[in-house]
Design a protein around this ligand. Structure first.
Ligand code: HEM
Length: 552
């Protein structure tokens, strides 16, 4: 630069213009040097960048402050430490968590919506019929929160975990699969598996034992047969690889949801849990894939035979008997040879049924037995009804019987009120929403606390009391439609609700026709824990005696 300045003084204007034409770079440098005074020195530059960063950070902090202030307008426990928020409230033994949640509602809000900070994320826990109505009746608030992410490795994005248009399409496609007519075909599966359960329970008569695993294995057998058309014989072989993988995987999901250090995928993979999950997934997916392959071949053979039947109806008697269809067969039918659903799509739905459809039902049956076993006067009424419907016959339960078992149905409903299998579930709000006068900002998680909602004395006076009469039609009339939501409600409710009620009735009727149940723990002495479902902390201890009415 210095050299260039020196030489310019020796040139005429003409020479200079020639020089500039020849050396455009030199000219540019000259012009820049003229602007030199405009270029900030290093200090100014650093100062300006620092100011810009400060303004940006200040802006972000201000926005965050306003966001937090907005969230804090909803009453709730204060955030103790920035890293944990108010999550420290729940650093308690598992059996103390639900009683503590009930205390929080008493302490913070009569309107039953409380705010909890889980780290930097606000959660709004809804504990009243009025507040959940806004969420559950909405066609917009259907997205699931981040805690469902840990289910994805197993279920991918099946009906339970999918969002947006995928969920809408799948829901439409799968709804007919749970039609009453189709469920009717499953009653014999419920009966067959109940018969095996009853056999196993006979061996326990007179002993004090935990009934929970007996019921759970029975419902696992039911769901395998109805969802996939396959026997896993869980009741006779509880140590099968598939059965063990189902339990291990549920345990891993539950552990990840509650232990923040297992949440980032890269970190999780380094823990033994990560390796264990990989092993379980290969068993679970391998099994479902194999069943899908086999059922597709069977489906092809069946449709071929039906075609033949149409073409030559007189050969009908040579045809094999009607095969029992499973939910999977209906998915294969709906898949239209992969045009509508690929094999992977089918797998995620079948796995979803396996996940959602057995533990939930098992918990509900167990809690019903526990409560009936604690209330002899209720058990008497159930037995009266069973005797009226079945007499001394040992015959299987029919579809017609199910609609007769009205008092038993009230017991099941009341048990689901006090012990909802899914004690809470969540949604993500994608736009600002007003709930009970509070402004809930987009991006927040909403938790529907069915366990709390079901204990609202406005709708259920003396809420801790087990009183099946609450579900007599005359007592239900006029009750807020969202005061009782064990199967969720609205467009994203449980698709398996009717299936579950039928299964519960058949299994409970089968057990109570043969045995008298005595629960060995009082309701007040049995702590509950919320894992993926609501479980007893230890066991549901009962003692069975044979009923004399039936001849075995
Ligand atoms: C007593 C038994 C059951 C209870 C208490 C129950 C409860 C629930 C609840 C509360 C939800 C909403 C969960 C959420 O939004 O995160 C749900 C969803 C679901 N349930 Fe059930 N369930 C039961 C049995 C079943 C059975 C037997 C099946 C299938 C065979 C099933 C399949 C599903 C599916 C696929 C969904 C997702 C629906 C969707 O998002 O569109 N459930 N269930």
């Amino acid at each position: 630069m210095g050299c260039f300045c020196k030489c310019t003084s020796y040139f005429t204007a003409l020479e200079l213009s020639y020089c500039y034409d020849r050396y455009p770079i030199i000219m540019a440098i000259e012009q820049v040097s003229d602007l030199n005074h405009l270029i900030p020195n290093k200090l100014t530059l650093v100062f300006s960048v620092a100011c810009a960063v400060l303004v940006a950070v200040g802006n972000a902090l201000l926005r965050r402050y306003k966001y937090c202030q907005r969230c804090d307008e909803v009453p709730g426990p204060p955030a103790q430490f920035p890293l944990f928020g108010s999550a420290t409230e729940f650093f308690l033994p598992p059996e103390k968590i639900l009683p503590h949640v009930m205390e929080l509602y008493k302490k913070y809000n009569k309107k039953s919506i409380i705010r909890i900070w889980i780290g930097p994320q606000p959660w709004f826990a809804l504990g009243s019929a009025e507040s959940v109505e806004v969420v559950l009746s909405s066609n917009k608030i259907i997205d699931k929160g981040p805690e469902y992410d840990y289910i994805h490795p197993w279920l991918a994005t099946g009906l339970l975990t999918s969002t947006g248009s995928k969920w809408h399409q799948r829901r439409k496609l799968l709804t007919p699969t749970f039609h009453f007519k189709i469920l009717e075909d499953f009653v014999h599966v419920f009966n067959e598996q109940s018969a095996i359960l009853v056999e196993r329970l006979h061996e326990k008569v007179g002993q004090d034992f935990d009934i929970f695993p007996f019921i759970t294995l029975c419902t696992l057998d039911v769901i395998c047969e109805t969802a996939m058309g396959r026997h896993v014989n869980a009741q006779s072989q509880a140590d099968s690889d598939y059965v063990k993988a189902v339990y291990k995987m549920s345990h891993i999901i539950q552990t990840r949801q509650t232990q923040p250090w297992l949440q980032p995928d890269w970190l999780f993979r380094l823990f033994p849990y990560g390796f264990e999950q990989k092993r379980c997934l290969s068993i679970l997916h391998g099994f479902t894939d194999q069943v899908i392959r086999e059922r597709k071949i069977e489906h092809k053979q069946r449709t071929g035979q039906q075609q033949q039947k149409v073409e030559s109806p007189d050969r009908e008697e040579c045809m094999p008997k009607k095969t029992r269809l499973a939910l999977l067969d209906l998915l294969i039918e709906a898949s239209q040879d992969g045009k509508v659903l690929s094999d992977l799509d089918i797998r995620e739905e079948v796995d979803t049924f396996m996940f959602e459809g057995h533990d939930t039902t098992a918990a509900a049956i167990n809690w019903s037995l526990f409560l009936i076993g604690n209330h002899p006067e209720v058990q008497e009424k159930v037995i009266e009804e069973l005797d009226r419907v079945f007499g001394s016959s040992d015959r299987p339960v029919t579809m017609a019987d199910l609609s007769e078992l009205k008092y038993l149905e009230c017991c099941i409903k009341e048990a689901l009120r006090l012990y909802p299998s899914v004690p809470f579930f969540s949604r993500l709000v994608t736009e600002d929403t007003t709930i009970c006068g509070y402004d809930i900002p987009a991006g927040a998680s909403i938790v529907v606390m069915s366990y709390v909602i079901h204990r609202d004395p406005t709708y259920f006076p003396d809420p801790e009391r087990f009183q099946p009469e609450r579900f007599f039609p005359e007592n239900v009339r006029g009750r807020h439609p969202y005061a009782y939501v064990p199967f969720s409600a609205g467009p994203r409710n449980c698709i398996g609700q009717k299936f579950a009620m039928m299964e519960e009735k058949v299994i409970l009727a089968s057990v109570l026709r043969r045995f008298h149940v005595r629960a060995l723990d009082k309701t007040t002495d049995l702590p509950v824990v919320t894992e993926l479902i609501l479980r007893p902390l230890d066991a549901i201890r009962v003692c069975l005696t044979r009923r004399t009415l039936l001849t075995d």
